[in-house]
Ligand binder design. Structure first.
Ligand code: KIV
Ligand code: ZN
Length: 513
């Protein structure tokens, strides 16, 4: 009987630490529901002490997502731990994840603490967490650059204080697979009580070894793997959850392990994360890149036609790559629309359904056949713009080889409308200029990416932007069959995020009586 490897998904915490990603509570809840459909065991929903909005988002996930354990991260400070518990206490099953750095460089230079002080803080933190929940994870940050004998003492003390999962992070992505495996073997052999806990990998992509390291850890006895969807995360990113799941699905027999993942949900989850974070998936990305199952060389195409397994080690449909079939068209009614979304896992009702339906009608007039991927783009667009203060009502652009580009926008916010026009270097530049003038803001476009959801000249385009507002980067996305309109929507979406953050900040900073 193969051993179960738990999948701990940290897309919403470590993944969200990627520059420019700032997911709203609604977006986190949507992703968490999809992660539950994917069958992950644990969802790390965020770092609740970080901000009021982070706390609210973690609480929203804990209150609405059933199935996986919902986890909140905390430093080894009692106030962090109390706050983490407050945010997750309504979950069906709740885990507190506490961490503290154990390498000399981190203890001396960052924490300014002696190893004894770090040990005392860890014991107090684990005990406090354990007073709230029987499910406590302890992480020794920068474990792979820590003294293994100090780790033996730290993990032993954490287990004695009540930790039930012990995580060994390769925080800076430095370890080689054989070293990481050796470290697990050493810890499992020497830590007191090691047989009573689940050992966990947490690996980063700095040297491109995150998945290899995670699998090496599993082969050495780890039974939990931490990672993020599409490998998003700090710097070069986290271990890719989809790659680990499929590596175990495809090669698990030789490792003697399995996961509980519903692999057919992988592509849908990847698309949702990509759409809501604005981090596009490279075409050659394993498992979820658009070329991952495409064969270019004639000899390969010939082989696959004779027998798929000549050049394919996985079946594309086993990870959900059949979402390009037409599911709705120009004549589809509202009922069919709602039902198809329901089949895809989106139970929209009330105002959310009205908005998604009118977006669908707008787009289906320009693109007559809609695939599941197009519908997902519409739904994610609606999710990310649902709380927008400013809404694009009208856009008119002029431009061409010999015509200077100009744009005119009308934006609504409640009962107010703002109208302005501007010239620019191109139509997108003119449009962003007109939006800035209309709202009286200073926002600079720092990155701009266009992706086509499906093929054809009438393809639904997904535009992802990063915008610098007052020195802070905000991501935004827009969906349209027209690139300029999609860009206007994406730019405005980023401005809206900046506005929401500022409104929240103002609320937090206001004196409380
Ligand atoms: O990379 C890391 O060390 C972390 C810890 C908080 C687990 O993300
Ligand atoms: Zn990490």
């Amino acid at each position: 009987m193969p051993d179960h490897v738990r999948i701990f998904d940290t897309t919403l915490r470590d993944g969200e630490q990627s520059p420019g990603i700032n997911l709203s509570a609604k977006e986190k809840v949507e992703i968490a529901h999809q992660l539950a459909a994917l069958g992950v065991d644990v969802i790390e929903a965020g770092f609740p002490i970080n901000s009021q909005s982070e706390f609210d988002a973690v609480r929203a996930v804990a209150q609405s997502v059933k199935g996986p354990v919902i986890c909140g991260l905390a430093r080894m400070q009692l106030s962090d731990i109390d706050r983490a518990w407050e945010s997750i206490k309504d979950a069906q099953r709740a885990r507190i994840h506490v961490f503290i750095a154990t390498s000399s460089i981190h203890m001396e230079k960052k924490l300014h603490k002696t190893p004894e002080q770090v040990m005392a803080a860890a014991i107090a933190g684990v005990e406090r967490s354990r007073s709230y929940t029987p499910d406590v994870e302890f992480s020794a940050e920068d474990a792979t650059r820590s003294d293994p004998d100090f780790l033996v003492k730290m993990f032993g003390a954490a287990i004695k204080a009540g930790a039930t999962t012990c995580n060994v992070p390769d925080t800076v992505g430095y370890a080689l697979p054989n070293e990481y495996a050796d470290l697990f073997r050493y810890l499992i052999d020497n830590v007191e009580g090691s047989g009573d806990v689940i050992w966990s990998t947490h690996t980063h992509q700095d040297l491109g070894l995150a998945v290899a390291n995670a699998l090496a850890g599993v082969q050495a006895g780890a039974r939990q793997v931490e990672g993020a969807m599409n490998a998003i995360g700090e710097r070069a990113g986290n271990c890719s959850v989809e790659e680990v799941i499929m590596a175990i699905q495809t090669r698990g027999a030789s490792m003697g392990v399995t996961t509980g993942a519903e692999t057919r949900q992988i592509v849908r989850t990847s698309r949702l994360v990509s759409a809501l974070t604005g981090y596009q998936v490279p075409p050659n990305k394993a498992i979820v890149g658009s070329n991952a199952f495409a064969h270019e060389a004639g000899i390969h195409q010939h082989g696959v036609l004779m027998d798929r397994t000549t050049y394919e080690i996985m079946d594309a449909t086993s990870v959900g790559w059949d979402s390009n079939r037409i599911v709705l068209g120009k004549h589809s009614g509202r009922h069919a629309f709602a039902k198809t979304l329901g089949d895809m896992g989106y139970e929209l009702s009330g105002e959310d359904l009205n908005r998604a339906w009118s977006r669908f009608r707008e787009l289906v007039d320009r693109k007559i056949e809609m695939t599941e991927a197009d519908l997902l783009a519409i739904v994610t667009d609606e999710i990310s713009t649902a709380q927008d203060t400013y809404v694009l009502e009208d856009l008119q652009v002029r431009g061409g080889t010999h015509v200077h580009p100009t744009a005119k926008v009308r934006i609504r916010s409640g009962d107010e409308t703002f109208e302005e026009s501007a010239e620019g270097d191109g139509m997108i530049d003119a449009t962003c200029g007109a939006i800035q003038r209309a709202l009286g803001i200073n926002a600079k476009l720092v990155s701009f990416k266009v992706g086509a959801v499906t093929g054809g000249t009438d393809a639904v385009g997904e535009i992802s932007v990063q915008v610098n507002v007052d020195g802070v980067i905000y991501s935004g996305k827009g969906v349209s069959t027209d690139v300029v309109e999609g860009s206007a929507r994406a730019f405005l979406n980023a401005v809206n995020r900046a506005t929401n953050v500022n409104t929240r900040r103002a609320a937090l900073e206001a004196p409380s009586f």
